[in-house]
Design a protein around this ligand. Structure first.
Ligand code: F6R
Length: 608
């Protein structure tokens, strides 16, 4: 949720921290702050609001020091305010902490600390960590004081900690929230996400659960909470830092929409053979595959919509019954999960708390777990038996776009893979499906050519209060996704419906003010969708349609038609969602909304 950055080395820490925070701001942005150690003294600067507020204060201050930690906050405990912004310190301003996650037992800890004479000034759960370390530091070393404090915490944390008496050390720790260490030459970094430090280093260590790192400019030591040394491997990150920049587009979201042909190509790369798919990292043996009687897919938000599409693909190509659930719902019911279930978690970030909880529950019940994920080394990938990586690259815009289409490609490839191994698909059929997949990047390029035309017609609709999105079959989840995109970035009320349900209620809403976006590309239910369009028109509704170019009837009746290249029905959701992403984008942009950082939303939802 929040973003953490830390630096120790020879450079001025303040500048590096601010640059890192700028790249992390998408994770949370109601307040921000940094702390450095300058001549043995902790200096803290923080401010409510966007990062530019903090930068303004910094310009008028003389914050020096070669060691520091920084934070962008998305409030969980305590309103956004200067007092609640991180970093937080102890009574004597000697220990300072930045934190991502939630401490569940902070109320009890707070009461105990107050009884011992600590003066707690913020409403956050984070501040008590600094006081707890202060308390233990009376009788223990800095390192011991941190590990003893961590043993008292229940909940989730990624932490960066400084002590003014130890100006050569940052201590970092993680439980439940991601944290990485970047390795430089006589300088080191900590961050909650790779883009924050990519311009400085590509050598990364991923901290694991309940690990602590004692970081100096020339040394990194990782231990468990009992001080036992852990040996860690380095990962070389291949992302180009420019990939994390806007690349000339007005917003990250628009850039990411236009990156989809490349992202899809990268996701397919190396996995396609002429009549089969090879997914080495799913790590399913032939015994594992023989065992599978059912697939269960769990995810949240946009990734959940991908899961709904995946159900159609898996059932059609592998003939295995597939159930789909939302992460936050799954763990509170009692679905039958055992070792005959293949459990799939889909997540862009790999850090979504509800999806992680579902994955752990499925594993506990004996299911084999694989994940479809965009972030290498994330919690979900590390806890899964196997992974299919979507190679979308870093997704900065809060509204998910390229992560979604690459998830669909991963699901399509996996359905062919499973279908072949379950002998539900002939080599010939697999060959045809793979040929269609190879056409996809070019078809996406063709759809992206409608950007100007979509931008033009949004001028008629950006002031509307409500939108309806209709789709059927495998494109019903795309209606849900179109509605989600519009509401999250433009704040317009929008609903996605299966088109056949319209007559059972939503038709009452239709009048001359209601745009109805209808997905009407060729499919088994094409004629029925056409009838739905006629019903909307008969009630003076506005019809925006997606259709293949050879359908004259739609051209005649719809107010606007976006042409979609023909592709097999199972891949049609990948093409159909793109005009809906652009529709949401241009409407939000015309309404002057903060497209990349919509209100109340964060990129990675690491709390339940
Ligand atoms: C919507 C959006 C969210 C995420 C959801 C799950 O545009 O981005 O709905 O899809 O929070 O996130 P991941 O995929 O990271 O698990």
């Amino acid at each position: 949720m929040c973003g953490i950055i830390g630096y120790i080395g020879k450079e001025k820490a303040g500048d590096i921290l601010i640059e890192g925070l700028r790249r992390l701001e998408y994770r949370g942005y109601d307040s921000a702050g940094i702390a450095t150690i300058d001549n043995g003294q902790i200096k803290i600067i923080k401010s409510v609001g966007k990062l530019r507020q903090l930068e303004k204060i910094l310009r008028n201050s003389s914050l020096s020091g070669n060691i520091g930690i920084g934070h962008t906050r998305w409030a969980t405990h305590g309103k956004p305010s200067d007092e609640n912004a991180h970093p937080h310190s102890d009574c004597h301003n000697q220990i300072v902490v930045v934190h991502n996650g939630i401490i569940e037992n902070y109320i009890e800890l707070r009461e105990e600390l107050i009884k011992k004479g600590h003066k707690i000034v913020s409403e956050t759960d984070t501040e008590i960590i600094a006081h707890l370390i202060e308390e233990y530091h009376k009788n223990h070393s800095f390192e011991e004081a941190v590990s003893l404090s961590l043993k008292n915490l229940k909940g989730a944390y990624a932490l960066g900690i400084l002590h003014s008496q130890h100006p050569d050390t940052i201590i970092a720790a993680r439980l439940g929230s991601p944290l990485i260490i970047g390795l430089g030459e006589n300088e080191h970094f900590i961050a909650s996400d790779i883009p924050a430090i990519l311009s400085h280093t590509r050598q990364i260590i991923f901290l694991d659960e309940e690990e602590m790192a004692i970081i100096k400019a020339d040394e990194v030591k990782v231990t468990d909470l009992n001080g036992c040394i852990k040996s860690k491997t380095f990962h070389q990150i291949t992302w180009d830092p420019i990939m994390a920049e806007k690349d000339g587009y007005k917003h990250f979201m628009l850039k990411e929409i236009h990156e989809q042909p490349r992202a899809i190509e990268d996701t397919m790369r190396g996995n396609l053979k002429e009549d089969d798919i090879f997914l080495d990292e799913v790590k399913l043996s032939s015994e594992d595959i023989d065992k599978i009687k059912k697939v269960f897919i769990v995810a949240c938000g946009t990734s959940y919509h991908a899961a709904l599409v995946g159900k159609f693909m898996l059932e059609e190509l592998s003939l295995i019954p597939t159930e789909v659930d939302i992460g936050s719902e799954f763990r509170y019911r009692q679905p039958l999960i055992d070792d005959k279930v293949l459990f799939i978690t889909i997540s862009q970030s790999g850090e979504t708390a509800d999806s992680i909880a579902a994955l752990r529950e499925a594993k506990r019940k004996g299911a084999k777990v694989i994940s479809i994920c965009n972030v290498l080394g994330s919690t979900i990938t590390r806890e899964s038996d196997g992974v299919i990586y979507t190679h979308a690259g870093p997704e900065i815009g809060v509204a998910s776009t390229k992560a979604f289409t690459t998830q669909l490609v991963a699901l399509y490839m996996f359905s062919i893979y499973l279908g072949r191994r379950k002998r539900a698909l002939s080599p010939q059929k697999a060959k045809e499906l793979i040929l269609e997949l190879r056409k996809l990047p070019q078809c996406v390029i063709n759809v992206l050519k409608s950007a100007e035309e979509i931008k033009n017609y949004t001028k008629y609709y950006f002031k509307c209060n409500d939108f309806l999105f209709l789709g059927r079959g495998i494109n019903y989840p795309i209606a849900l996704e179109g509605a989600l995109k519009l509401k999250e970035i433009s704040y317009i009320h929008a609903e996605g419906y299966p088109a056949g349900e319209m007559k059972h209620g939503p038709i009452a809403l239709i009048d001359e003010n209601m745009p109805v976006v209808t997905i009407a590309t060729e499919s088994k239910v094409y004629d029925k969708i056409l009838s739905n369009i006629e019903e909307v028109k008969a009630r003076d509704g506005i019809v925006i349609a997606l259709a293949n170019s050879d359908n004259q009837r739609i051209m005649d009746i719809a107010n606007h038609v976006t042409h979609i290249s023909k592709i097999n029905e199972l891949l049609s959701p990948v093409l159909n969602v793109i005009p809906l992403q652009m529709l949401a984008y241009y409407i939000a942009e015309k309404r002057g909304c903060d497209v990349d950082q919509p209100r109340n939303l964060a990129k990675s939802v690491t709390v339940e």
